[in-house]
Each structure stands twice: as C-alpha cells, then as structure tokens.
Design a protein around this ligand. Structure first.
Ligand SMILES: [Zn+2]
Length: 353
C-alpha cells in the first residue's frame, strides 16, 4: 500500500546511501532518489565542474537534509556512488590487482569525463587496458589465462566484449580498440548482421571487425605461415626433396583449415601451439633439423609483424598513433549518433592517455 501511495504522490522519499554518508559531511548530493552526504572541499578539490555546481547559491526553499543543502545531479545513483567511493580512496578503485565491476569502470570514465576528474577517467582506462593488450606478449599471456581477470561483467550479459566496444566508442577511447575488435572475431558477426537490424556494436566497429577478419586471414597466409612455402628451399636444408614434399602437404592442409578459422587464432597462434596441434604434430617431425628450426623463427617473426599491423587491419591508425581519449575530429571513421550525447558540455582537449 505504501508503494502505491508513493506512486500516486509522484516520487518516494529519498533514501540515504549506505556507503557514502559522512556524518561530518557538509553537502548532500542527490542522484534520482538516492542521497549521498559528502564534503564540499573534497569534491571541489577533485573537480572544477563539481566545484562550480556546488558554488551556485541554493535558492530559498531548497531542500535541507541534516543541515546540508541538497544538490541534485542528473546521473544514475550507482554511478555517483562509484565515483564518490573512488574519490574517497576506497581500495577497490585504487588497487589494480583486484577485480572490479565493468560498470564501475564505465562510471569512472563517463563521469570522470563529464566532471573533468582526469585521474578518475585515466584510472578507469588503465583498468580497461589490463584486459586489452597492446603488445603481443600481453596478448599471449591473456590468451593462456583465458577470460576476464580484472573486470567483472553482469552474469546475464550476452557479450562482454561488445559492452566494452560500446563504451570505447561512446567515450572516444581508441587505444583499446584493436584488441577488442580482435576478441570480437570469436563471435559470429555475420549472424549478428543477418538476424537483426539492431547491431550489437556501432556500425563503424562492425565494419572494422569484418574488414579486419579478412586482413587477419591474409596476414596468416602472407606473414605467419609463409614458412610453409619456404621449407625445403632454405639454404641449410638437409633433405630438400622430403622437406618440399612436406611443404606441399602442409599448404594443402592449411588451405582447408583457413576457411574454418575466425582469423584470430590462426594468425596469432604461437609456434608452440601450432607444433602441439594436429598439423604440427603430423608434419614438423618429418622436416630436417634446419627447416624445423626455420619454421619456428619465421612463424614468430610473422606473428610479430602481423601484430604490429593489427590496428591498420581494423582501419585504425598505427599502434603509436592510437589515442587514449580521442577528440572526435581526429577520428578517421564516423561515430554513431548515440555517441554525440556524451560530447555535450565535455571538454575533449585533455591530453591522451
Ligand atoms: Zn629441410
């Protein structure tokens, strides 16, 4: 009955945050129906935007709670709670070894941008980077470990990777896109395109992924597995006839496999993984010593070369030119309409991370 009565009256009584309510606080922030009691000096120290909001004189009749003025924010209560906990030094937000919820990281980045709390925004990006390797060695470590370690996604989420891509596009974070796009190739992108008009990620992201998938397959053939054409022809080969015969068989076998691969695992599979796999176990033992050694060196060199070019496969700038937080004007692809929302009143002149 109480709930019905409240609905009839409009809004329910605001509730106090369980986690952010300092008895000696001198301002109450209210997001939707949740109130947070904090300190003006702390908030103003970290954010010039919040400082200016708090400095605006409260009109007469403004709500007062426990002697504090109430300042309303237009953000979700959970997001406000996250940034307040972070600003007050809650260990969850400062210890990068601890797992953190993805939505908390998203709040740190979104509200960090909105309220110009640069260190919060950058810490959020640092958390994302732990899951988004920029170096091949980091990718290999992540691959061995498998799954997410530093970010926790809602259990019902269909594709955590897509959620991160959407956040990256919304907040103009470029540096994590190559690995996010690479991970997305595990999904059936064609199915997403064919089955619904609603894309799970922005159109430019989908276009990049599909373009990259083809480029990765080409890189596999031209760089990583180029050795399959070269064994038996290298100067040090000790049994050219046998090694060249193996070369023909490996290439034939490889042709049949590429069509079934997403590109990711084919292109960046380590030589050790290849050697332990079906084809590697079958063919490598037939090669002479020098040719076998050559396959390992050439394979790893090819992988490294492909990784260096990875962003360009997805129509992005080279690794060194990718920005943490990127101004819209500098992006080389059109952004989706929804991203414009977060550009309002936001200063994107901050240096990249
Ligand atoms: Zn040989």
């Amino acid at each position: 009955m109480v709930a019905v009565a409240e609905e009839l009256e409009g809004a329910a009584e605001p509730t106090k945050s369980q986690k952010v309510w300092f008895g000696d606080g001198n301002v109450v922030l209210q997001a939707e129906n949740v109130q947070f009691r904090a300190h003006r000096s702390i908030l103003s120290k970290h954010s010039v935007i919040l400082a200016s909001i708090l400095d605006v004189a409260q009109p007469d009749g403004e709500a007062i709670v426990e002697g504090c003025s109430v300042v309303k924010l237009s953000d979700a209560p959970r997001d406000v709670e996250d940034i307040l906990l972070a600003l007050y030094g809650d260990p969850l937000y400062t210890n990068r070894k601890e797992e953190i919820r993805f939505r908390s990281v998203a709040a740190m980045i979104r509200l960090g941008i909105k309220y110009e709390i640069t260190h919060l925004r950058d810490e959020g990006l640092a958390r994302l980077k732990l899951e988004c390797p920029r170096k091949l060695e980091e990718f290999d470590r992540l691959n061995v470990r498998g799954g997410h370690r530093f970010l926790r996604y809602p259990s019902g989420i269909i594709n955590a990777n897509f959620a991160t891509i959407n956040l990256a596009h919304e907040c103009k974070i470029q540096s994590i896109l190559p690995s996010l796009y690479l991970f997305s190739l595990q999904c059936d992108l064609d199915k997403s395109l064919l089955e619904s008009d609603d894309l799970p990620i922005p159109y430019p992201a989908m276009r990049s992924c599909i373009h990259g998938r083809q480029k990765l397959l080409e890189a596999a053939a031209k760089k990583v597995y180029k050795w399959t054409q070269q064994i038996g022809t290298i100067e040090k080969c000790q049994s050219k006839k046998i090694c060249q015969d193996v070369s023909r068989r490996v290439m034939k076998d490889q042709l049949g496999r590429t069509g079934r691969s997403s590109g990711r695992y084919l292109t960046f599979r380590t030589w050790k993984e290849y050697a332990a796999g079906e084809a590697g176990t079958k063919y490598l033992k037939l090669l002479c010593g020098p040719c076998r050694s050559y396959t390992q060196v050439a394979h790893e060199e090819g992988r490294r070369a492909a990784w260096e070019e990875l962003p360009t496969y997805f129509m992005l700038p080279k690794w060194q030119d990718l920005k943490g937080f990127q101004r819209l004007a500098k992006l080389n692809f059109p952004m989706p309409p929804f991203s414009v929302i977060c550009l309002q009143d936001i200063n994107y002149l901050s240096p990249s991370v």
